[in-house]
Design a protein around this ligand. Structure first.
Ligand code: FAD
Ligand code: NAI
Length: 463
């Protein structure tokens, strides 16, 4: 007889593995199907974790080379051991993915190894064995979007996966797409010695970002040596023994030109991955962008089949997938799981970091919302000065009438950590005054957040 589960989750990324663990915590019998040899999905294996390991290592390299001397620390010639840096990244990934295996054992989640296919509602097939499930969760994630005319070989023309594995520092790295991946991995290789040119179709980097922050970001990355070709499209690529010749054209059309690269990183976005799941046969509806259509309770068009994470609508972020995994598990247990989509932070882990939550100034203007702005630069923050990291600022947007925080955008040292206090403030429906009246430790970077909140009401103390 087929083994039967309360929940079978397909995909063990941050959405799937977290959903499986939470469901098991709530007393359900749970299995999670994963076809990759290790758990953790894109994020732990070829995404968040390895990219952050390389960002950290390359930042240390750059500090040793260019920043420590200003602190009076002289260390002489600095050299790069790329092999060791990549091996360390591998170890970081390996310990993280093994950690998920441990958590599965601890919570009695069964890992069904192999590719899962929904044979029928309530039935999942893995390696020729059919399992029964009261509830099926699609958490199959996403894959990078291809660009017609560009063939990825993960050596000379790479996606983020190959871009985390380059065996040599490219002389010239051309990045197609000025978004999260392009700027993070572009930063890694620039710090390690590459000349980096980012070709972006639109007139700005990370288009979803608050414009003022986006402009500051472009200026700061430019100062670091990254080059930008905005409003430009790539129309072709010719690969040879030593590199790639790209054909570029203005986005609006016009005269073509060539750009030579040693390595090309293709990073123009990701799309949901649902191949081989059998969704069409069971009648699970997809939207025009290939995302699984769900209602507010993550239910698809077929009863008993749910979907979360990168495979559905919303920002393709690990913590968004995790929140959805928890919320869905709680709903399946008869509880009231909930995700507040208005308070999901987004962080670009360059240096300085860029973090944002809630609405941008452009979005507030577009919906006719009256708002107040409070800004505070890191040049006026004692801790940032002590660190020697004064690039950037905090910008808080609050409702003009009620003072409620509507959005916050930070470019600066540790912005990704600083944004958490605003996430909590927004969850509690705080006003800028609430943040301003909260005692912040001195000297800390968080004081810049407090000062920006004070500035919302025109009364910053240190500027
Ligand atoms: P995934 O993590 O993609 O996991 C899906 C899993 O399902 C995969 O392991 C896949 O093998 C498996 N699968 C698919 N189909 C089947 C099947 N039929 N049977 C069995 N298994 C299957 N997000 C952040 O929040 N912060 C970051 O710093 C960050 N950095 C990133 C860096 C890079 C280079 C990339 C590419 C992404 C990054 N992301 C980051 C995004 C993040 O990785 C995703 O948002 C997140 O992994 C989505 O989780 P998920 O569970 O929906 O899917
Ligand atoms: P992205 O959506 O962040 O950026 C893609 C960029 O490519 C956009 O600026 C877009 O305008 C541009 N573009 C699209 N088509 C183009 C073309 N033909 N030519 C030139 N430019 C073009 O996508 P990216 O960087 O691939 O990352 C995918 C997703 O992975 C992100 O959106 C994010 O959700 C997630 N991610 C998150 C990270 C984080 O949280 N720190 C880090 C890395 C990825």
């Amino acid at each position: 007889m087929a083994e039967s589960f309360d929940v079978i989750v397909i995909g063990a990324g941050p959405g799937g593995y977290v959903c499986a663990i939470r469901a098991a915590q709530l007393g359900m019998k749970v299995a999670c199907v994963e076809k990759r040899g290790t758990l953790g999905g894109t994020c732990l294996n070829v995404g968040c974790i390895p990219s952050k390991a390389l960002l950290q290592s390359s930042e240390h390299f750059e500090e040793a080379k260019h920043k420590l001397a200003e602190h009076g620390v002289n260390i002489g010639a600095v050299s790069l051991d790329l092999k060791k840096m990549l091996a360390r990244k591998g170890e970081v990934v390996s310990s993280n993915v093994k950690g998920i295996e441990f958590l599965f054992k601890k919570n009695k989640v069964t890992w069904l190894k192999g590719e899962g296919r929904i044979a029928a509602p309530g039935k999942v097939e893995v390696n020729g064995t059919t399992y029964e499930a009261k509830n099926i969760v699609i958490a199959t994630g996403s894959e990078s979007i291809p660009l017609p005319g560009i063939t990825v070989d993960e050596k000379r023309v790479v996606t983020s996966t190959g871009g985390l594995e380059l065996e040599q520092v490219p002389g010239h790295l051309v990045v197609i797409g000025g978004g999260y991946i392009g700027l993070e991995l572009g930063s890694v290789w620039r710090r390690l010695g590459s000349e980096v040119t980012v070709v972006e179709f639109l007139d700005r980097l990370v288009p979803s970002m608050d414009n003022e922050v986006g402009k500051a970001f472009e200026r700061i990355l430019g100062k670091q040596g990254m080059k930008f070709r905005l409003k430009t499209k790539v129309t072709g690529a010719k690969q040879d023994e030593t590199g790639v010749t790209l054909t570029l054209e203005p986005a609006a059309g016009g005269k073509a030109e060539e750009l030579r690269a040693d390595v090309v990183l293709l990073a123009i976005g990701r799309r949901p991955y649902t191949e081989g799941l059998g969704l069409k046969q069971v009648g699970v509806a997809l939207d025009e962008r290939g995302r699984v259509v769900t209602d507010a309770h993550f239910a698809t068009s077929v009863p008993g089949i749910f979907a979360i994470g990168d495979a559905i609508i919303g920002p393709m972020l690990a913590h968004k997938a995790e929140e959805e995994g928890v919320a869905l598990a709680e709903m399946l247990a008869g509880q009231h799981g909930h995700v507040n989509y208005g308070a999901i932070p987004g962080v670009v882990y360059t240096w300085p970091e860029v973090a944002s939550i809630g609405e941008t100034e452009e979005q507030l203007k577009a919906r006719g919302q009256a708002y107040k702005v409070g800004k505070f630069p890191f040049t006026a923050n004692g801790r940032a000065r002590a660190m020697g990291d004064t690039d950037g600022f905090v910008k808080i947007l609050a409702d003009k009438a009620t003072d409620r925080v509507l959005g916050t955008h930070i470019i600066g040292p540790d912005a990704g950590t600083l944004i958490a206090e605003i996430a909590i403030a927004m969850e509690f429906g705080a006003s800028a005054e609430d943040v301003a009246r909260t005692c912040h430790a001195h000297p800390s970077l968080n004081e810049a957040v407090k000062e920006a909140a004070l500035a919302v009401d025109g009364r910053p103390l240190h500027i």
